[in-house]
Structure formats: structure tokens, C-alpha cells
Design a binder for this molecule. Structure first.
Ligand code: OXD
Length: 309
């Protein structure tokens, strides 16, 4: 039973240790030097693999994503008949919700304004809004979006979601489709993007979307850089229509040092760390799926290639 690991994150040793705890007989090999005979490889655990590479393993049974998103795989020319398995790790979901809650609370309680005042030794309490009156909009109600929405709801925020298809989530009104998107944006003071990146969602945070958000709105993007039209975002911030943006993901990563986001006074950049995959917890869902496949059961959740996630 052999697994190929492909990643430029250089954390193979941690992954191999964690996987071996779950599956002691798993033979773990790292691309490129450790791969050996390509016919041995049954499982691939990958991030951003070389295009076409995964077609060269004739006995591949499953492709596992090393991160929550799978857009890195969608452009890779994969073997047609091998399931692509998304990584759903409860610890990763918790980390994403922490990131969302942190920034929602930050803007809700205006901690950025207080920091600016404090630097000028200015003592100035600001009016406090109750969370029930703070309208937060979550784009994408998959596993991560649902968790974040429920936790915001538990803190009493007025949370709504926007999804591709209709979704029922207790206490969280959901909007869908193009019409729904407009209404969703118009009611959301803090917009959090947690969508998968697909042909449909590419550039979805653009000039028109920003215009539809209420004046003073804030954008938090913890999904993919491709969701945002960078120039449109900068224009919406510079015009004063948007108050701030927090960006964890970018068209090019690492974000090039000359990119205007770094120095923009209304932008906070974080280095794609909203939730890092921790091998010690993420190995379990991968191992569970390998066990399922060995018993002849399908892995889960499997990516719908038409939908792109
Ligand atoms: C991702 C991740 O998919 O970091 O972006 O898990």
C-alpha cells in the first residue's frame, strides 16, 4: 500500500509520521526523489502537482488534496477515473472560523479605530452596536462557511449566507443566484468570502459587487485570490466606499513585494494562514478514506468535476 506525497511545503516528515500512526503498513514516498516504481503508487496526497503528472501512475486509486481548496487540482490534467478527495479536517475548519470571528469582531467593535486613536493618545469611546444589528454576510456555505455562520450566529450576529444552490441553515437566511447576490451584498456590512474558486466565482468580488455593498462595508477574503479583482478593490477602498479589506489569499502567492496591497492603509495582508493544514489532525480523514477504499467503499467527500469543487 503506497502513497505519493507531492508538496512544496516541505512538511513530508510530519505527514509521514502522522499517516504511519494511522496506517502503520503505509509506504510513504515523496516526489520527486523517493517515488520509485510508478506502478506501486495507489494514493496521491498533493498540493499543486505538476500538470499531467498524476496521469503517469497507472494504479492510482485516489487523489487527496493537501488543503481545503481543490482549484489547484482542477487545472492539472488529472486521470478521468480517479476520485479527487477534498480534505475536510475539523481542526482546519475551526481555524478558518477563528480567522473569520477574529476579523468580524475586530470590525464590529472597531478595534482598528481604537488602535489608530491610541497611537495619538486619543481617548475616545465610540458608539457600540449590538451584534444583532451587525449584518455579516458569508459567501459560501460549505463545511467551513456553515461552521463560521453558526459560530457568528451563536454570538448573536445578524448573519446571512450566499450559496450556489439553496441551503437551509437554522437562523441564517440564505440568498442564491445572481439576484440573490445583489440582495445579499446590499444587506452585508462585513462580507466574508469562503467560496470555492470555479469559473463561476472567478472575479466575483468586482467593482459591481463593491458598489452594491453598503458604504463603509468591509471585505474579508479567506478563499482564493482569484475571487477578487484587485484593481476594483483598491478603487473601492480609495473612493471611501469600502472601509477596509482583509486578504489572506492572492492571485500570486507569496504576494509580490511590489503589490499595492502591502502598503495600502486600508488593507490587511495575511500570508495564506487563515488555517494551516496540520498533518497531525489532517492525516486522520486521509487515513479513514484509505481504509474505506481498501474495504471497497467510495472515499468522501469526492469532488464533482463538473462543479469544480
Ligand atoms: C487551502 C488551504 O485550500 O490552505 O487554501 O487549505
Amino acid at each position: 500500500m503506497t502513497l505519493l506525497f507531492y508538496s512544496n511545503w516541505r512538511n513530508a516528515d510530519r505527514w509521514f509520521g502522522a499517516l504511519k500512526k494511522e496506517l502503520p503498513d503505509l509506504d510513504c514516498r515523496e516526489w520527486p526523489d523517493g517515488v520509485g516504481n510508478k506502478k506501486d503508487i495507489e494514493y496521491a496526497l498533493v498540493w499543486n502537482p505538476e500538470r499531467g503528472l498524476l496521469k503517469s501512475f497507472p494504479n492510482l486509486k485516489a487523489i487527496f488534496s493537501l488543503g481545503a481548496g481543490v482549484d489547484h487540482l482542477m487545472k492539472c490534467d488529472l486521470p478521468d477515473d480517479v476520485p479527487i478527495v477534498r480534505l475536510v479536517d475539523p481542526a482546519l475548519t475551526v481555524g478558518m472560523s477563528e480567522y473569520v470571528l477574529y476579523w468580524v469582531l475586530h470590525f464590529h467593535r472597531r478595534f482598528g479605530d481604537y488602535r489608530r486613536y491610541a497611537r495619538k493618545a486619543r481617548w475616545k469611546p465610540l458608539p457600540q452596536v449590538i451584534p444583532k444589528r451587525r449584518r455579516v454576510g458569508i459567501m459560501g456555505l460549505g463545511v467551513i462557511g456553515t461552521d463560521a455562520a453558526k459560530k457568528l450566529k451563536a454570538l448573536d450576529f445578524d448573519v446571512a449566507g450566499w450559496t450556489r444552490g439553496h441551503k437551509n441553515l437554522a437562523g441564517v437566511p440564505t440568498f442564491d443566484g445572481k439576484e440573490g447576490y445583489r440582495d445579499f451584498l446590499a444587506r452585508s456590512e462585513i462580507v466574508v468570502c469562503l467560496l470555492p474558486l470555479t469559473a463561476e466565482t472567478q472575479g466575483i468580488l468586482n467593482a459591481e459587487a463593491f458598489r452594491r455593498m453598503p458604504k463603509g462595508a468591509v471585505v474579508v477574503n479567506a478563499a482564493r485570490g482569484g475571487h477578487v479583482v484587485d484593481d476594483d478593490l483598491i478603487a473601492a477602498l480609495d473612493s471611501g466606499h469600502l472601509k477596509a479589506a482583509v486578504l489572506d489569499v492572492f492571485h500570486e502567492e507569496p504576494l509580490p513585494p511590489t503589490h499595492p496591497f502591502w502598503k495600502h492603509p486600508k488593507v490587511t495582508v495575511t500570508p495564506h494562514m487563515a488555517s494551516l493544514t496540520v498533518p497531525e489532525t489532517a492525516a486522520k480523514p486521509v487515513a479513514d478514506n484509505i481504509r474505506r477504499i481498501r474495504k471497497g467503499q467510495p472515499p468522501e467527500p469526492v469532488v464533482d468535476r463538473q462543479r469544480g469543487y
